[in-house]
Design a protein. Structure first.
Length: 89
């Protein structure tokens, strides 16, 4: 992945990147794959997957850091929070 591709992918929203990846998958699911586009599409798909994975991991870390704080605040306010869903009970 080139720096330009990485920057371009990073500028997309999660939904935009995911939708573009879906479009690329549809391209490969087609009956005929344009051989001239094959490598470019694979490179772009790899860049998108890497970026989406990075964002998911970063979000997971944030949730893991924030969940105990939310639980502590809820405990102070005598509120029960489902630890699996984060839903106020």
């Amino acid at each position: 992945m080139t720096k330009a591709q990485a920057k371009d992918v990073a500028a997309l929203s999660y939904a935009e990147a995911s939708a573009e990846l879906d479009d690329i998958v549809s391209f490969f699911d087609g009956a005929e794959v344009d051989i001239d586009e094959l490598v470019a599409k694979l490179e772009r798909a790899t860049a998108l997957v890497d970026e989406l994975d990075r964002r998911l991991k970063a979000t997971k870390i944030q949730v893991e850091e924030l969940a105990p704080r939310l639980t502590a605040v809820a405990d102070e306010d005598d509120v029960t929070i489902d630890p699996d869903t984060g839903e106020v009970l």
